[in-house]
Design a binder for this molecule. Sequence first.
Ligand code: NCD
Ligand code: ZN
Length: 349
Amino acid sequence: MQNTPAHLELVRPDDWHLHLRDGPALAAVLADTAKRFARAIVMPNLKPPVTTVALADAYRQRILAALPAGAEFNPLMTLYLTETTESNEIDAAVASEFVHAVKYYPAGATTNSAAGVSDLKNCTATLARMEKLGLPLLVHGEVTDTAVDIFDREAVFIDTVLSPLRRDFPALKLVLEHITTRQGVDFVMAQDNHVAGTLTAHHLLLNRNALFAGGLRPHNYCLPVLKRETHRQALLAAATSGNPKFFLGTDSAPHAKSTKEAACGCAGCYTANACIELYAQAFDAVGALDRLEGFASFYGADFYDLPRNTTQITLVRESWQIPAALPYLANDPLVPFMAGESILWRLQD
Ligand code: NCD
Ligand code: ZN
């Protein structure tokens, strides 16, 4: 038996993949992240998407304006890659000092990805500029071909898109976001240090059975979809391995209750209200709490060439219940991940 500590002190973590939305939704969710994390890579899949440095600047100002008084939180902005993104936008991004990456959504792969990229061949000049200037490409790694089984879309993407991309741009910094398969883990491990991967708490905690436990569970539905247990085991092994190529990215993705509990429900799990606690629970379950700080607080900053944080947070081993719902939009609440369930670790105020 592992000797589980009652307290866990960590250098304040960062979230390297987060959806903050905009307007009232942003105002409702931002404090959850700002309470736990010093920085977050903010996803650009708004409507319309954040495709330029000017739009990223305006979005960043809205985020800063929505922060609770006294909060110290630095939103790290991203640009949404389209087939018309010009390479001079990459120069502007690097010069801005607040844009830290470019997000590649295969067109149609997920929420608000219609303006994404159908064929990376149309982005050659832009990718070459990113490679030259060291601006990372963050990849939603799924093919969109409906003839490919949804559980195979990540593995097929690796073979048909990612491997050629590595060959064509060997010095391009690349993050395979929200890895959900053993193939994703193996791919990242086999690459040099230009390549890293993020892992979500929900993919570390659940396998695909959780989508159908006693009935259809829309709040466990996200993209890429949960996979079978052997894959979850591979993700957990990667997260707790101490390998700096793997770091924390929550992919917390809020959607109002009525749009999740619907005939065609939205993809996304809201984890920001308990996220570092959920990771602690996943690491604790395999006796690897000593590996949490590197994964949550160090390796991502190192990959992005940013300084590590210096302040701390404390987690206490004390069970609490995740609320059934949180305030979100007028008359439409937000059902968090593991709503109503107990969780073993609590953030000390
Ligand atoms: C995300 C969202 O809702 O914006 N949804 C999700 O299931 N993860 C988009 C994404 O990251 O795929
Ligand atoms: Zn996401």
